[in-house]
Design a protein around this ligand. Structure first.
Ligand code: NAP
Length: 289
């Protein structure tokens, strides 16, 4: 199938929406891209940087002749966006999203009355700690996974088109169930972000940051991510993240006990197991990170 998108409308023209726009422009598979957003300044930047062709502050008007619509807003904002566009979309338009949680977004789409056969939930597993159109770049998704979590109602035709679209960004596509996606992301993305935020908060009153070096910077890089985006992700995947917090607390409890009892053997076992697991992960998948 060779892809041709006549009019792509991106609601939320930030890092993810903007990077998809740039990648598809570079691939030459989209004729016109319209950005919809909140602040005129970000949309202005997006036009100036060639991320989008034009911008609109009227969401219903913007989507009325779209053949592809991408939601790339913080996940808790999706409910309102679905309600806003459900009745304004032309019959042939396909709708997709880039949200970091999938069950919540699917529920929001269902509640809005959207034609679910045309909705393909998606999550590109690539990003940076930066936000906004100015942070976008066309190679963001290259060689990274993009997970699609079609619902039982998603049509094969819609799924094929969205799959094709993400392929043009250089992403490797995987398809899975939305619950499985949310459980996996709670482990490898959501818990690490919450841990990084917590670590910074636990230490910042101590006036020690000026002594910190590369290890601390690497470990805490993701604590510079958008607080609004992460508030939404945390609330929308709360149950799965809570389970992972319990698991981490359990590990920290074990370490605390080993310290209190001066149990070097227990510490060595924990650290060795962690080093082996991380080294194995890097040697198996390091080229695709
Ligand atoms: P971002 O750079 O902050 O972009 C989000 C955009 O959405 C901004 O341009 C913002 O406008 C706009 N926006 C916010 N609320 C809105 C609303 N209610 N209506 C319309 N526009 C609204 O964030 P991002 O990193 O691109 O993330 C977008 C989505 O992708 C999120 O759902 C996130 O979970 C997901 N995601 C993020 C990453 C990552 O690492 N960053 C990776 C994969 C998926 P203003 O600029 O005017 O505020």
């Amino acid at each position: 199938m060779s892809l041709s998108i006549q009019h792509l409308v991106i609601i939320g023209t930030g890092l993810i929406g903007g990077s998809l726009a740039l990648a598809l422009k570079q691939a030459g598979v989209v004729k016109r891209i319209t950005g919809v957003g909140r602040s005129p300044q970000n949309l202005h930047d997006a036009i100036r940087l060639g991320v989008i062709d034009d911008a609109s502050d009227n969401i219903q008007q913007a989507v009325q002749d779209a053949d592809m619509v991408l939601l790339a807003v913080p996940v808790a904002a999706c409910a309102q966006v679905f309600k806003d566009i459900a009745d304004a979309l032309p019959e042939h338009a396909i709708i997709t999203d880039a949200g970091s949680t999938k069950q919540s977004v699917i529920k929001d789409a269902q509640k809005s009355g959207l034609d679910m056969s045309r909705f393909v939930p998606a999550h590109p597993i690539a990003g940076t700690e930066h936000s906004g159109a100015a942070a976008a770049f066309p190679t963001l998704f290259q060689n990274h996974r993009c997970i699609l979590t079609p619902s039982t109602e998603t049509s094969a035709e819609s799924l094929a088109k969205v799959r094709e679209m993400w392929k043009y960004t250089g992403a490797n596509i995987e398809i899975m169930d939305a619950k499985q996606h949310d459980d996996i992301m709670a482990s490898i993305s959501h818990l690490p972000h919450l841990t990084a935020f917590s670590l910074i908060n636990a230490l910042h009153d101590d006036d020690v940051f000026r002594f910190a070096a590369g290890g601390f910077r690497d470990f805490t890089r993701i604590a510079s991510s958008s607080p609004e985006m992460w508030r939404d992700i945390a609330l929308c995947n709360a149950a799965a993240i809570t389970d992972k917090i319990d698991a981490l607390q359990h590990e920290l409890h074990d370490l605390r006990q080993a310290l209190q009892t001066q149990n070097g053997e227990a510490l060595l076992q924990k650290f060795t197991a962690a080093k082996q697991a991380r080294d194995q992960w890097l040697s198996a998948y390091g080229d695709n990170i």
